[in-house]
Design a protein around this ligand. Sequence first.
Ligand SMILES: NC(=O)c1ccc[n+]([C@@H]2O[C@H](COP(=O)([O-])OP(=O)(O)OC[C@H]3O[C@@H](n4cnc5c(N)ncnc54)[C@H](OP(=O)(O)O)[C@@H]3O)[C@@H](O)[C@H]2O)c1
Length: 163
Amino acid sequence: MQLIAAVDNNWAIGFQNSLLVRIPRDQQMFREMTEGKVIVVGRKTFETFPQKQPLKNRVNIILSRDQKYKVKGAEVVHSMDELLEALKNYDNRDVFVAGGAGVYEQLLPYCDTAHITKIDYTYQADAYCPRLDTMADWHCTAESEEQTYFDIEYYFQKYERKK
Ligand SMILES: NC(=O)c1ccc[n+]([C@@H]2O[C@H](COP(=O)([O-])OP(=O)(O)OC[C@H]3O[C@@H](n4cnc5c(N)ncnc54)[C@H](OP(=O)(O)O)[C@@H]3O)[C@@H](O)[C@H]2O)c1
């Protein structure tokens, strides 16, 4: 599986159930990377999507413990076991773990690659991605040139689990 996240200097990902910032090129990169593939999101992240609708042109799998939670056009699973069972239908490399915090944490052991948009700013935040830059078994294997969006500087980084 691959993890995909936009993080700030403290590896924060969100505040009050919203993204910290919307950067069009980052959103484009997310779309290009995940279209035709499978995204796995927590119920709270799903509810931040436009009109609370599944993202188009990809399989949306939502984690929720609520057995009654249903979303047209998305698959809802209720536990990690149920998720892993559902994912047997897909190529592991096509599965993108797209947050939020608890979902990143729980699925990190199954990921071998992470696509991190690293934003050089510190936001007020209440949700975080695991800090791959301090984990002995992960390393950054690629980094883009500096990108800018108005006064925000950011980088596209690739992290890989060490072999
Ligand atoms: N910067 C980024 O790249 C990025 C990406 C994604 C999200 N975000 C941000 O992250 C924040 C949301 O993250 P969050 O951590 O608060 O919530 P979340 O991970 O999106 O959703 C949490 C919910 O997922 C369900 N869930 C989690 N683990 C489960 C399990 N093992 N079995 C069944 N259901 C499970 C539960 O839903 P129920 O309550 O329905 O049971 C839980 O309340 C927002 O601020 C969002 O904007 C940022």
